[in-house]
Design a protein around this ligand. Structure first.
Ligand code: GLN
Ligand code: ZN
Length: 750
């Protein structure tokens, strides 16, 4: 029998119930039992949704109290040893100490889950890990799932991916040294699952889509020969890209039940699978996009899968491309989206229906579902023509812009002389990254305005008052290049998206970013353009309050792109160019208004990197092209800044140089300036000297030490002094001390 299934369901709850429950547990407002009851309730609801949408299996084990990688570590007894917890007895209190730290422990490090915006906790490998785990949560979940009287599929993150994603802390020469012990732990759990009559394990090895070396590939082969012989019902699961060619051929020899592949982001692997995948093994194809919010084009899905149906018959299974963790839960909460645009969208619940419909088209009664194909076809057709999407003027402008010279008039050496004269800054200019504390007063002000409680003029008056306050404060501290503080911005992407055509917003479209933190990304549905100026009014106002330069603040095209759901009917490159063009107009207006320094933030540049390194160059080329479009025309005396954070930049340093910003401010405090070791940035640079994520206030001496460290790598004339990132999450009390200390140490050094 063929199967319709989903790789995973969002676990945060349709009204973020898990988020609020976790947070209440952390402040001891509810106890562990209440939190676990809420988690159980979410699972039951998620399974009901799968049953209602006619999935053939319910997916179990995709739930997690914070992060699925940490939960996997608990399950297999591979938690970091530095916490000194008995790995066989992990309760939620201990679990959250590992995830979030406490006064005695640093939290586990967090990093991005492949190329998504989900963040996982990084495993910490050392030789003393016992691999004797606590399986209570998984078996409780299974026990609860039994009440649904439906076939169960258990999800496990696979051993190779688990090892690969971790970091060696000490005492090991290779991560794979831990594999034998880890495998024993896997077999233990699998044995227990067998005893519970679990008939399918979805074992996930997304690293198969990376370019692995032979050591890992050999380990792969051995592992799955061993596990497959031990338990025949493994659905080896990959997603986010195509399985690398080199990894493909031995896969079909493995003693596994079947494989799941991503047909949305790994389209190119389909022809190989059609040709070479053995017909006696399951081939689960992820045809419904689990990472984006667009409704499926059912007809094209049907035709894509038809040859597979012909060859594999009911060994062909239909699924989501990856777990739906990355998309919101249900479109039904979206009451404010324009009905035409809404008809283009599909969240988790709608995606389950699509999976079922596609399966029915092959294996069920086609006439029963034909109406869905007809309406899907209508939508596809209307999207091709809709004026909400297509704007000819934008298309013409994009054609033109691809032919212009994106380099500035003069080289940096020449520009900087003119800029220095114009700006008249001291050595080691001190600046901040843009935002100042977002107090509850400011949040309330924006909320009152947005909900219509106060009018625009009153809102503007109060925002201006705030800007005035922030400017005066910075003068008091003695900073050299000021900012207006971004009090009018709720979020650096949303603020611009709301003013640009082509961007849409959801009311309840929450997606888990990490732990209890959720984001509500905008979606880009149409050609992007700027109907009117966005920032000059307040920038000009801020500049009018002081003799010191005030930076104009923009979010760059790549960050706008990657922190939104993007169009799937157009190359990302083109969408980025459209945003860049809109920003280019804004830069022109800022320059005309007399703003002498413009900062274009690109914290997400690195996030866009493709999973396969061989594709990096192509991406970086267009990304940097789009970035440079935004300002290439400016006068030599206008100084362009950019800011980056959240990631390691070591492997793309040369590309950062190519961005040719006059000044780059970058996150380095946490890593103790390590980045600078091999970074010969030719222009001006401000390595962050204050970690804004930490409540610790560095004293004058520490700051001076960091600055002096930076001076070992960077010539004094190029060195700027600034925090790691925006100050919006800190309090005024904290930043007053920090900025005072920074100014003191800079004065000493000067
Ligand atoms: N200008 C933004 C701020 O200061 C930059 C934020 C970021 O890099 N994420 O908040
Ligand atoms: Zn930042």
């Amino acid at each position: 029998m063929s199967v319709a299934h989903v790789l995973g369901f969002p676990r945060i709850g349709s009204n973020r119930e898990l988020k609020f429950a976790m947070e209440s547990f952390w402040i001891k407002k509810i106890n562990e039992k209440s939190l676990r009851d809420i988690g159980k309730e979410i699972c039951l609801i998620n399974w009901d949704a799968q049953i209602n949408s006619n999935m053939d299996y319910i997916t179990v084990g995709d739930f997690s109290w914070y992060d699925h990688v940490l939960s996997t570590l608990v399950l297999f007894g591979a938690i970091p040893t530095r916490f000194k917890f008995n790995p066989r007895k992990i309760n939620l209190r201990k679990y959250y100490i590992m995830a979030r730290g406490d006064k005695n422990h640093l939290a586990m490090e967090m990093t991005k889950w492949f190329n998504t915006n989900y963040h996982y906790l990084v495993p910490e490998w050392s030789p003393d890990i016992l691999f004797k785990g606590d399986a209570t949560w998984l078996f409780e979940e299974i026990f609860n799932a039994y009440t649904k009287d439906k076939k169960i599929k258990v999800v496990l993150l696979g051993p190779l991916t688990l090892l690969y994603l971790g970091k060696i802390k000490y005492g090991l020469s290779h991560k794979l040294d831990l594999l034998p012990k880890l495998l024993i732990s896997y077999k233990n759990i699998i044995r227990r699952l067998k005893r519970k009559d679990i008939s399918l394990i979805q074992i996930e090895e997304p690293i198969l889509t990376l370019e692995l070396d032979n050591l890992w590939l050999d380990a792969f082969k051995k592992t799955y020969i061993e596990l497959g012989n031990y338990y025949p019902f493994l659905l080896l699961t990959t997603y986010f890209d195509s399985i690398n060619k080199e990894n493909f051929f031995y896969l079909k020899e493995l003693p596994i039940y079947g494989i799941h592949i991503d047909a949305v982001y790994g389209n190119s692997q389909l022809k190989n699978f059609l040709k070479f995948w053995p017909i006696n093994k399951i081939l689960s194809i992820g045809i419904v996009d689990g990472r984006n919010i667009w409704r499926s084009d059912l007809k094209s899905a049907f035709f894509k899968l038809r040859p597979f149906y012909k060859k594999f018959g009911n060994k062909l299974w239909i699924s989501s491309s990856c777990s739906c963790l990355h998309v919101p839960i249900d479109l039904k909460y979206e009451k404010f989206i324009d009905s035409e645009i809404k008809s283009w969208l599909s969240f988790t619940i709608q995606k389950l229906d699509e999976i079922f419909i596609i399966k029915e088209a092959f294996f069920g009664n086609f006439y029963k579902i034909i109406k869905y194909f007809i309406s899907s076809e209508k939508i596809v057709k209307s999207k091709k023509k809709s004026i909400r999407i297509h704007n000819n003027l934008v298309k013409i402008a994009i054609d033109k812009i691809q032919k212009i010279n994106i380099n500035r008039n003069s080289t940096f050496t020449k520009r900087i002389v003119i800029q220095k004269k114009n700006l008249n800054l001291p050595n080691f200019p001190i600046t901040t990254i843009g935002s100042f504390p977002q107090t509850s007063k400011i949040r309330k002000l924006r909320f009152n305005y947005k909900s219509g409680r106060i009018g625009y003029l009153e809102y503007l008056k109060k925002i201006k008052k705030e800007i005035h306050f922030v400017i005066k404060k910075q003068e008091e501290f003695g900073l050299d290049v000021l900012v207006h503080g971004e009090s009018e911005r709720n979020d650096m992407v949303e603020f611009f998206g709301e003013q640009l055509s082509g961007f849409g917003f959801t009311f309840n479209g929450w997606v888990q970013s990490y732990g209890s933190r959720c984001v509500k990304p905008p979606f880009i549905y149409g050609d992007v353009y700027r109907p009117k100026v966005m920032t000059t009014y307040l920038s000009e106002f801020a500049q009018s309050l002081t003799k010191k330069p005030v930076k104009g603040m923009l979010t760059g095209p790549i960050t706008m792109l990657f922190w939104s759901f993007v169009r799937n009917d157009q190359e990302k490159r083109i969408t980025a160019l459209q945003i860049a063009l809109a920003l280019r107009k804004e830069v022109r207006d800022l320059e005309k208004a007399g703003i002498s320094i413009i900062q274009i933030d690109e914290p997400a540049l690195r996030e866009g990197l493709p999973l396969k390194k061989s594709k990096w160059k192509e991406y970086l080329k267009w990304a940097i092209y789009a970035f440079k479009i935004t300002f290439s025309f400016v006068n030599d005396k206008t100084q362009i800044h950019t800011h980056m954070c959240y990631s390691e930049f070591n492997d793309i340093l040369n590309w950062i140089i190519k961005m040719d910003a006059d000044v780059i401010t970058i996150e380095t405090a946490k890593s103790n300036m390590k980045l600078l070791n091999n970074f010969n940035y030719p222009n001006d640079i401000g390595p962050g000297i204050y970690d804004i994520h930490s409540p610790r206030i560095p004293n004058v001496k520490e700051i001076s030490n960091l600055i002096n460290k930076a001076r070992n790598f960077i010539p004094d004339k190029n060195l700027w002094i600034n925090p790691d990132c925006g100050l919006k999450t800190r309090s005024w009390k904290e930043i007053s001390s920090v900025l005072t200390n920074i100014v003191k140490s800079v004065k000493n050094i000067r």
